[in-house]
Design a protein. Structure first.
Length: 236
């Protein structure tokens, strides 16, 4: 599903994903997020050989890279889920910042870096175990234009922790019920992939997302004032 084309046609330069973490503030415009999504989609469809309908498990803390990769999975029609989801049992790959927490995983393991500028784990001085793919270097060499199969809103984009398949149309409907068009939503951190997808819902309403790992009410109120946004009470 191509979520970002409308933004590129109308306002490619405005921020669509902004994160506040211990490493600081990172902002991705529509054009930058679309670039990362294209690379992620090409990695899924090309290098990993995944097809629309396949599932990838994501286990990563709140940061811009996991969010961009989710949008990249959707570009290729690949659904995401958290490790507890029943869909994880048949997933094709695992994206995680902590491979040691998934020693029983039998498929491809892609290790996400927590470097704020997207450097690979090894490039940032960390260790990558044998059999684990350092994701960032593989992602950077992918094409800036998505070259895989196209899917629409009927594609399943999320398998929830409870086992519910959720399509792009479902997410757009949920966004229209929760947000005014064009909202700049300010939220705290997500607890799992279900929460990450909920945090991204404003993108389905022509909006933008600000996510902070500090969810103290006064912090979110300050960010809402700084970012000219609205604190979102939607469950994460």
């Amino acid at each position: 599903m191509d979520l970002l084309s409308p933004f590129l046609q109308t306002d490619a330069a405005s921020p669509r994903l902004t994160t506040y973490t211990d490493a600081g503030r990172m902002e991705l415009s529509a054009a930058t997020l679309a670039n990362w999504a294209a690379k992620g989609g090409n990695l899924m469809a090309g290098q990993l050989g995944l097809s629309p309908g396949d599932v990838v498990v994501l286990d990563a803390p709140t940061d811009w890279m996991p969010a961009a990769l989710v949008v990249g999975c959707w570009r290729a029609g690949v659904a995401v889920c958290s490790p507890p989801s029943p869909a994880a049992a048949s997933a094709a790959a695992l994206m995680t910042t902590d491979p040691d927490a998934h020693l029983d995983w039998d498929g491809d393991i892609l290790q996400l870096s927590t470097d704020p500028f997207g450097r690979g784990v090894a490039e940032a001085g960390g260790d990558v175990e044998f059999g684990v793919t350092d994701l960032s270097p593989e992602l950077r060499v992918q094409g800036d234009r998505y070259a895989g199969p196209e899917t629409g809103e009927e594609a399943v984009l999320l398998h929830t922790v409870d086992g519910e398949p959720v399509t792009g149309a479902d997410l757009r409907r949920r966004a229209s019920e929760a947000f005014e068009p064009g909202i700049r939503s300010v939220t705290g951190p997500w607890a799992d992939t279900d929460g990450l997808v909920t945090a991204l819902l404003p993108l389905f309403a022509a909006g933008s997302v600000v996510v902070s790992t500090d969810d103290a009410p006064e912090r979110l109120a300050h960010l809402a004032a700084t970012e000219l946004g609205t604190v979102s009470a939607t469950r994460r």
